[in-house]
Design a protein around this ligand. Sequence first.
Ligand SMILES: *Cc1c(COP(=O)(O)O)cnc(C)c1O
Length: 365
Amino acid sequence: MTHICFNVLNRQYQKYEKEYDEAALKVLHSGWYVLGKQVEAFESGFSDYVGTNYCVGLNSGLDALILAIRALDIGAGDEVIVPANTYIATVLGITENHAVPVFVEPDEYYNIDVNKIEEKITSRTKAILAVHLYGQACNMTAVMEIAKKYQLYVIEDCAQAHGATWNGKKVGSFGDVGCFSFFPTKNLGAFGDGGAITTNNAHIAETVQKLRNYGSAIKYHHEIEGVNSRLDEMQAALLAVKLRHLDELTAERVSIAMRYCNEIKNPLVKLPLCRESASHVFHLFVVRVRARERFRDYLKQRGIDTQIHYPIPPHKSKCYEQYAWSKVKLPLTEQASDEIVSLPLYNGMTDDEISYVIQAINEFE
Ligand SMILES: *Cc1c(COP(=O)(O)O)cnc(C)c1O
């Protein structure tokens, strides 16, 4: 029986196998494995790609969020405005710094509803943390205008949106700092954990450089309380290979998404909306179905795996139940979390596999 996995990561390895193998062997033979020439080269390539002056390689996307917020000196008593429908890591970036997340409901693109930000601003608000969820850029024109009006920092969570643009400009280059994840399933995925921040601000870049390496710029001189969040040479070298091919990998994702958008014709399945000013790099293809569990079971029987991003919104997570702010009512977010479902979409997915998914969905009643 046909089995369509949600993701098949080795297909994109196989596509550029020779280049990855060469890059990996070069690192193995080099005798230098953490923070070195490969990391510097990747950082410079990625900042060029995003369009910022600096990039600092880190251990993960979560660390990028935590250290970006720390570098902005946001901490206890401060509030950060954040979309309610996001991955828990976005919110952990705030709560790890003892700041308070203030949730905003999504718009019809599953991104922060910019018309609902201003009502949440108080004298304690320090930043807006925008998430380019599923790979589609948020309305950054509006976010930047509000931030300017109230003198707030802007942090972008770009973990799902490498290369996505708003009015032609790449995400991660709008705000004070952009946070990226290179977890293997992400659009620019490593072969292990990795992350980075991008910024035009030299002070933020230098602070995160220190924070990632025990708070020191000079070995054994610890100026600030840091952590260990270094990117290793192997991941950097492999990421540099993938970065060279990122635009074609994105184009492949978009073409799969376009087939889904054009060929899925089932009134029970609501397709994602794209807006003109934003490009969508389709980290995830998220549809909405009222009878979601029945839909997922049906697809499972047809051999098709699906996932939910995410079944429990962060404010409803058990880890936050002791906080008063977790009791907030967010009906749109909660309803979405009951109806959304992500379809298989990955680099190397074959035309036959895509057709199989489309046909099965069109036959769902
Ligand atoms: C994956 C992800 C992160 C965290 O990245 P890790 O590298 O897994 O720590 C943060 N935010 C969003 C929106 C993500 O999808």
